[in-house]
Write a protein that binds this ligand. Structure first.
Ligand code: G3I
Length: 468
């Protein structure tokens, strides 16, 4: 890492080199071209972060495009080529060609790869769009297992699940064929990904999750908190960060990133683009970079394309290079902000893994260990109260279970159904046991429900399960 002090010294030496002192010239040339923050990747690396872009395979024979991409970025996301429809066009027949083009290009250029995306309601192949229930759940899990196994050892981070939360004020899940297979589909996806590629970082990725006070942000936050509490394997959260005048960079962006990081996950800005031009666009870009740099666990930033003309919303000129490949004001503001430094990221990015993949750990629990999973899903909402359901899923054959539901003050649970509750002294922690026989075969589910008087606090309850 080059310190700001060394960089300013080097700046003076470069200027002095014009005076042709042989000694000064020798020192100047000894500094590697990228070492002092003259490119986005070099500047980001000074604080242990990466700077990435989305790459489209169809543009890899455009030399202006590849020259910029090669020079500026060291984390590559396939814009479309590793999505479900691209990789599994027919059920269980995988087409790796376009994904491989991107992964090989990136790795041959010494760059790392963010895998995007293993499970998503959109860009599903036609055969999957028409599926439901157990068949769809199994098809999704098979897709994750096959893809993560195929690319094992080559992917820095996977967007395991993309865009699973609803827009608007509900803070709940988006309706989709995947969601209708059961609220636990997301954790099932993460478990399958971990088993297939134990060394990749596993991320949840979404948009409109930038403003801390938005219900969608809270919904994702509560899910991540719940996953961390229950040991669901999640390592990181991606913030897509697609901004425009109707959806500007929020003033509490830093708070959002920091609060997620405080849950014990890395955070990354994964698809950044900001519509606009000139100094106003430049200023907004600077704010995003500043927010990331001030959060130690914000480990990198990816912009969603190279030039404005490469963007999925080209008319909004949302990127850092214009259509001719010239650096925009936004580029300079990002570079300067990266060079201004920030809180160092704790784990500087490591080179792409090259060793033999390790054998996935067994996914079955140890012999004799009865286990269950509790998943919360939202029910009806009123001004003063809301309903919730907890689904208990047996991971092994179990003879009994109990589930703990914790609500946050001033919330109170005012009614329950399908179970026998007991309470701790505070009234905030309810332990629910089955009203009758609690035995479930592995894979079977049961559920109970309750009403929460929320007193203005809409935070989801935390739920957990233990079995014997
Ligand atoms: O390749 C075909 C081409 O053969 C055909 O002639 C043309 C006609 O429509 O379509 C081309 O495919 C398009 C593809 O991009 C490649 O350009 C699809 O129609 C188009 O839907 C697709 O859009 C992509 C979009 O995801 C789909 O949801 C964008 O490129 C891609 O940037 C965008 O990326 C998403 C992230 O994955 C998730 N977050 C939001 C982000 C922006 O929407």
């Amino acid at each position: 890492m080059t310190t700001p002090r060394l960089r300013s010294t080097r700046g003076r030496l470069v200027t002095a080199a014009g005076g042709l002192s042989a000694a000064v010239l020798a020192v100047t040339l000894a500094v590697p071209a990228n070492a002092a923050g003259s490119t986005l990747q070099a500047a980001a690396a000074e604080s242990g972060r990466y700077f990435g872009t989305a790459i489209a395979a169809s543009r890899l024979n455009d030399s202006t495009y590849t020259t910029i991409a090669n020079r500026e970025f060291n984390m590559i996301t396939a814009e479309n080529e590793m999505k479900m429809d691209a990789l599994e066009p027919n059920q269980n027949q995988f087409n790796w060609s376009s994904g491989d083009r991107i992964v090989n290009w990136a790795r041959q250029s010494g760059k790392q790869v963010r895998g995007h995306a293993l499970a998503w309601h959109a860009q599903q192949p036609g055969w999957m769009q028409n599926m439901s229930g157990t068949a769809l759940r199994n098809a999704m899990l098979n897709h994750i297992t096959q893809v993560a196994t195929y690319y094992r050892g080559k992917i820095h981070s996977w967007d395991v699940v993309n865009e699973a939360f609803a827009d608007g004020n509900s803070g709940g899940r988006r309706d989709s064929n995947l969601q209708r297979t059961g609220g636990d589909w997301i954790e099932a996806a993460f478990r399958a990904a971990r088993a297939a590629d134990p060394n990749a970082k596993l991320c949840y990725n979404d948009y409109n999750t930038d403003n801390w006070s938005h219900a969608k942000t809270q919904g994702v936050y509560n899910m991540v908190r719940d996953f961390k509490a229950r040991g669901v394997p999640i390592d990181c959260v991606g913030f897509q960060a697609h901004f425009n005048s109707g959806n500007p960079v929020p003033s509490n962006y830093h708070t959002t990133l920091q609060n997620f990081a405080d849950l014990g996950v890395d955070v990354q800005i994964t698809e950044l683009d900001i519509e606009g031009s000139g100094s106003s666009q430049a200023q907004q870009y600077q704010g995003v970079v500043q927010a990331c740099l001030s959060v130690a666990r914000c480990t990198g930033i990816t912009v969603w394309g190279v030039r404005d003309t490469d963007s999925w919303r080209a008319s909004g000129t949302p990127l850092l290079f214009d259509g001719s490949g010239n650096k925009k004001a936004a580029y300079t503001s990002v570079l300067n902000q990266l060079n201004a430094g920030g809180t160092p990221a704790p784990n500087p990015t490591t080179p792409p893994p090259t060793g033999n993949p390790t054998t996935p750990p067994p996914t079955t629990p140890p012999p004799g260990g009865a286990s269950c999973t509790a998943t919360y899903s939202e029910g009806e909402k009123w001004n003063d109260r809301f309903n919730g359901t907890v689904t208990i899923r047996a991971n092994t054959n179990i003879s009994n279970w109990q589930s703990t539901v914790t609500v946050r003050s001033p919330q109170k649970i005012t009614a329950t159904w399908n179970g026998s509750p007991t309470w701790d002294g505070s009234g905030n922690v309810m332990t629910m046991r089955p009203s009758g026989n609690g035995s479930l075969a592995a894979g079977q589910t049961t559920s109970f429900g309750f009403t929460v008087s929320h007193g203005g606090n809409w935070t989801w309850p935390t739920v957990s399960c233990s079995a014997s």
